[in-house]
Ligand binder design. Structure first.
Ligand SMILES: NC(=O)c1ccc[n+]([C@@H]2O[C@H](COP(=O)([O-])OP(=O)(O)OC[C@H]3O[C@@H](n4cnc5c(N)ncnc54)[C@H](O)[C@@H]3O)[C@@H](O)[C@H]2O)c1
Length: 449
């Protein structure tokens, strides 16, 4: 099938590559000329496991095309995906300017029937807005070309995006028009991913739009809940890791997504929780649980800074911290809303310097912060340790899980570790002579009531 994808970011590029891989003919459109030129040269703008070869093979195979020419792109596909960003506006609501801009562009150039499929995470009612924008634009151009708008929220996880798109757990389709004309092309498009059993869940558009927010808010709630429990565990002299296993063994709770840590980040949870809060407030509903989820997370992102100040004092002038992990989670280079940013910015404010290492986000930290005296970006995790006062861990990359503790001890001025992801066994580290602060356990257990 011929498909057009607007917005070649984490969602658009992965989805386009995966659709091309199964044989669809996919045209990618982005307004970022630099990105499109680089993609044509084989330079992939983001890191996602397995993505680079997929893009390369399908581009060379002629199933994946890149352009900034909207007219050309719109002529290509019967199905037009919208996968542009929906960042927070100044009030925290989802900013729909990029989504409506694409809707307008499609309507301006379309000459035959299109099914517009929205993959961006958007508030309930956005599909109606897209319909209105398209209808008004078509009318202005004296055109009556028919179109349909469908909601198809994306549930991929950064760091496993290719695998998630290849084997989706569910394909949610929201449509207020369940006629064959609309649903059949979507079924055909996803058929290669739907062979083992039917993963398509078809519902009305508003429910589909809310499903995406509900999913992310549920996951964020689990994280904030566990972080709240970890703070309680710490004060009550319990070990949150034991508690985690104790509750995870209950099949109604399960082990997934109940890891305590130094807060959630990324391009989705923070903005989506905030956007649903704003949407609820807009209709006169106080979403108390979501507000608490956000507040707990905000505070938790400063958790490591609080542990560091408890140990070293408030004034950190002259101190240097080795930081392992910059990306908001492993297997991505994405630093949007990453806990590492809160940590570093607070350390700088307190007068400290940072020696940072991340397996993939080195270019990203340089892009965000540029050259500064209090940030050294190091090539290896070992180099980042040299001469530092302590090691701080913000991201649970595999390569951080079993480090050579003798090297760490030899390189640091004093053997102190602040672990924001609970990677190590506190007892073992104590026996090796480390002072080990983690989340809700280890030496971070201070106040026993
Ligand atoms: N990143 C994720 O893990 C993830 C997962 C599920 C859903 N989502 C949602 O998907 C959407 C996209 O997220 P992302 O992370 O891929 O964003 P992104 O910022 O990585 O990419 C968005 C792209 O859209 C392009 N763009 C903006 N306006 C455009 C226009 N008028 N025409 C063509 N291209 C345009 C930008 O240049 C950019 O390349 C968001 O709504 C997000 O909430 C993201």
């Amino acid at each position: 099938m011929k498909v057009t994808v607007f917005g070649i970011g984490y969602v658009g590029l992965v989805q386009a590559a995966v659709l091309a891989e199964v044989g669809h003919d996919v045209m990618c459109i982005d307004v970022d000329e630099h990105k499109i030129e680089n993609l044509k040269k084989g330079n992939i703008p983001i890191f996602e496991p397995g993505l680079a070869p997929l893009v390369k093979q399908n581009y060379e195979g002629g199933r994946l095309h890149f352009t900034t020419d909207a007219k050309l792109g719109i002529a290509h596909g019967t199905i037009q995906f919208i996968a542009v960003g929906t960042p927070p506006d100044e009030h925290g609501s989802a900013d729909l300017q990029y989504v409506t801009a694409v809707a307008r562009t499609i309507a301006e150039h379309m000459t035959d029937r299109k099914v517009v499929v929205n993959k961006s995470t958007v508030p309930v009612g956005t599909a109606n807005k897209v319909c209105q924008v398209m209808a008004t634009t078509l009318e202005k151009h004296g055109s009556n070309v028919p179109f349909d708008v469908v909601s198809n929220p994306e549930f991929l996880k950064e760091g496993a995006a290719v695998a998630d798109c290849m084997r989706p757990e569910r394909i949610v389709i929201g449509s207020d028009n369940e006629s064959k004309e609309v649903i059949e092309p979507i079924r055909e498009l996803y058929e290669p991913f739907n062979r083992n059993h039917d993963r398509m869940i078809i519902m009305d558009i508003r429910s589909a739009e809310l499903t995406k927010y509900a999913a992310n808010c549920m996951l964020a709630t689990k994280i904030s809940f566990m972080n709240e429990m970890s703070n309680l565990a710490e004060m009550l002299g319990a070990d949150i890791e034991k508690v985690r296993q104790g509750i995870g063994s209950d099949s109604r709770i399960g082990y997934h997504f109940i890891y305590p840590g130094c807060g959630y980040g990324g391009s989705c949870f923070p903005k989506d929780v905030q956007a649903l809060i704003r949407a609820a407030e807009h209709i006169g509903y106080q979403p108390k649980l979501l507000q608490a989820v956000e507040q707990v997370n905000y505070k938790q992102k400063y958790k490591l800074n609080r542990l560091i100040s408890d140990y070293f004092g408030e004034d950190l002038k002259g101190k240097t911290f080795s930081l392992w992990g910059l990306a908001f989670k492993p297997n991505t280079d994405d630093m949007r809303e990453a806990s590492s940013r809160v940590l570093m910015e607070q350390l700088w404010q307190d007068g400290a310097a940072v020696q940072a290492y991340d397996p993939e986000a080195m270019h990203e930290v340089r892009r965000i912060y540029g050259q500064r005296d209090d940030l050294k970006v190091m090539d290896t995790k070992e180099a980042a340790l040299q001469g530092a006062d302590a090691l701080v861990i913000c991201t649970e990359w595999q390569s951080f899980r079993a480090p050579d503790f003798d090297i760490i001890k030899g390189a640091l001025k004093q053997p102190v570790i602040f672990d924001g992801r609970n990677l190590f066994d506190p007892e073992r580290l104590k026996n090796r002579g480390f002072t080990y602060y983690a989340i809700g356990r280890g030496s971070s257990i201070k106040t026993v009531i």
